[in-house]
Write a protein that binds this ligand. Structure first.
Ligand SMILES: NC(=O)c1ccc[n+]([C@@H]2O[C@H](COP(=O)([O-])OP(=O)(O)OC[C@H]3O[C@@H](n4cnc5c(N)ncnc54)[C@H](O)[C@@H]3O)[C@@H](O)[C@H]2O)c1
Length: 276
């Protein structure tokens, strides 16, 4: 099976690295196209995949094509292509719906929300398949995604909220840790910011391993750390007071951004229909 990747940004590169690292495909089974060819050539030094000259060539050569451009670039690009009817089109773009994809491709379409952590073969890829995806095509997609970590099928209704938990979360964790480290330095200026960041990064790794190896849930982990009448309990009270509103706010603004993206995508589709 040949796998096509269009767009070699953060996600396109992650897919190349994750697929090859897991061994689910060999570089020889990958056909890649990026607008800036040098970027593809640099990555090819490590993973000797085929570089296509155009996105159209990827679609002609691959059985399944992952389109990894930014959301608002997906439909304009797809509209310029002559997509082979049997090709399985997979968009990784936030906000691009199965209906958007089915409107531009007469063949099978799926939507996947990957995560940067899949480069380490951990984390969760979300997926939803369109009506024309056969059980065999679904199994092929699942084989690729499970090689990258866990794969969870989700409805389009829940995919946006789940995206924040699986795909935005690595960046959000990094943002939280950075604020945590900066507060520590404000408290104790003799502590170097980089030292505080390293302490937190190592603690995060250890926490993840404890959760996994001891099969702890969050509450049991808290019980182990927060000595009754001790210091951590006080910190947790602050989080209980402040975090629910912060996370409600986070989900509200990210939902609004998804809605804005979808509105702009629909506008594009309406304009296209008007032109015809
Ligand atoms: N970064 C993430 O963690 C993440 C997670 C889940 C989903 N996504 C989705 O993945 C998509 C890509 O995000 P990213 O972070 O990799 O963005 P990015 O800006 O890093 O990469 C986009 C790439 O697409 C290329 N590109 C643009 N137009 C092209 C065209 N016409 N032909 C070929 N290549 C073209 C650009 O050169 C660039 O390399 C987005 O739609 C985003 O919603 C990203």
């Amino acid at each position: 099976m040949y796998i096509g990747i269009i767009g070699l940004g953060s996600m396109g590169q992650m897919l190349v690295k994750g697929f090859c690292k897991s061994g689910v495909v060999t570089p020889g089974e990958l056909v890649v196209f990026n607008r800036t060819r040098e970027k593809a050539e640099r990555l090819r030094q490590e993973y000797p995949f085929a570089i296509a000259s155009t996105a159209q060539e990827v679609c002609q050569r691959a059985d399944i094509v992952f389109i990894c451009t930014k959301p608002l670039d997906v439909l304009p690009l797809l509209k310029t292509l002559d997509l082979p009817a049997e090709m399985h089109l997979v968009s990784v773009a936030a906000g691009v719906t199965l209906a958007d994809l089915e409107a531009v491709h007469a063949g099978p379409v799926s939507k996947v929300i990957p995560t940067v952590t899949s480069q380490e073969l951990r984390g969760v890829s979300l997926y939803a398949c369109g009506r024309r995806v056969t059980p065999a095509l679904r199994a092929d997609l699942l084989r690729l995604l499970t090689a990258l970590g866990n794969a969870e099928e989700v409805s389009e209704e829940s995919i946006e909220t789940a995206t924040i938990l699986t795909s935005s979360a690595p960046g959000l964790f990094a943002g939280i840790l950075d604020a945590f480290a900066r507060a520590a330095v404000r408290q104790s200026p003799e502590l170097e910011l980089d030292t505080a960041r390293r302490m937190l990064a190592e603690t995060l790794m250890g926490t993840a391993l404890l959760l996994e190896n001891e099969r702890l849930d969050f509450h049991r982990l808290i019980e182990r750390v927060a000595t009754k009448g001790g210091i951590t309990e006080e910190g947790l009270r602050v989080l209980d007071r402040t975090l629910p509103a912060a996370f409600d706010d986070l989900f509200a603004v990210t939902k609004a951004k998804h809605a804005l993206l979808k509105e702009r995508l629909q506008q594009f589709s309406r304009n296209e229909k008007g032109d015809r």
